[in-house]
Write a new protein. Sequence first.
Length: 94
Amino acid sequence: MVRMRATWTERRLWMGGGGAKPTAGAGALNDRIPSVGDGLTKVQRVVLMELARASSELGRPNVPTVMLYGRVVEQLDISEAELIETLRSLGVKS
């Protein structure tokens, strides 16, 4: 049996690089690991960014949760319950 070595491109694709999308489990885990710089997870960071954008567009501090969920779900695969849990962890009051 002849075993061929994988090319650099093949190894890169297997490891999730080169435009290959990581599996849902790996991406979901990476979205929940806090950053060293500010201690925020990717989910928290996206929620805060979209909350700030929507707040400035509306011209008021309160943003409807449904509107925020629509903006966040465009960037992340997150359920409504996860969004609510994230908002509570950030100290947002309903």
